[in-house]
Design a protein around this ligand. Structure first.
Ligand SMILES: [Zn+2]
Ligand SMILES: [Zn+2]
Length: 153
């Protein structure tokens, strides 16, 4: 892997925490490791070409972050991720934080702030898991990756 600007070999190193947000959902990425050549303003490269897509999938579709499950006709029932208690679908605000593993890359810590559901039984604070929330979360993640200097299509 070489720098696009100077063709020097890149070394993976941890970058400063990055922030992104979209539609009331804010994310922070800690421990993101990108390929850098060492020159300040040269663009970083992802650890592998599909990294952005894999990170988005790990955060929005994996089990890493507690996410309420939508069930039933037109997803009319919302169930707790932790104890399968039924939840009110109205949301409060909160923060969910977890270590996320992306295959072929170092794991990183992801914080998501915005709409959250708190289970009255087990007190787990969790993401709503609705299609709208997932798409806002995806956009926020891409914005955070863009803030790191990565070119994200
Ligand atoms: Zn360079
Ligand atoms: Zn619960």
């Amino acid at each position: 892997m070489r720098c696009r600007a100077c063709r020097e070999l890149l070394e993976l190193s941890e970058v400063e925490p990055v922030h992104g947000e979209s539609d009331g959902v804010a994310v922070e990425l800690y421990g993101l490791r990108l390929g850098r050549c060492g020159v300040e303003n040269h663009p970083p490269e992802p650890p592998f070409p599909d990294f952005a897509a894999d990170l988005v999938a790990a955060v929005t579709q994996g089990d890493a972050l507690p996410t309420a499950r939508q069930r039933g006709w037109r997803r009319s029932r919302t169930l707790c991720a932790g104890c399968v208690q039924g939840l009110e679908s109205s949301t409060g605000e909160g923060e969910v934080r977890a270590r996320v593993r992306v295959e072929r890359a170092a794991s990183l810590t992801v914080t998501v702030r915005g709409p959250c559901l708190e289970c009255p039984a087990c007190r787990t604070c969790q993401l709503p898991g609705t299609p709208e929330h997932r798409s806002a979360l995806t956009a926020a993640l891409l914005a955070a990756l863009g803030a790191s200097g990565l070119v994200v299509e």
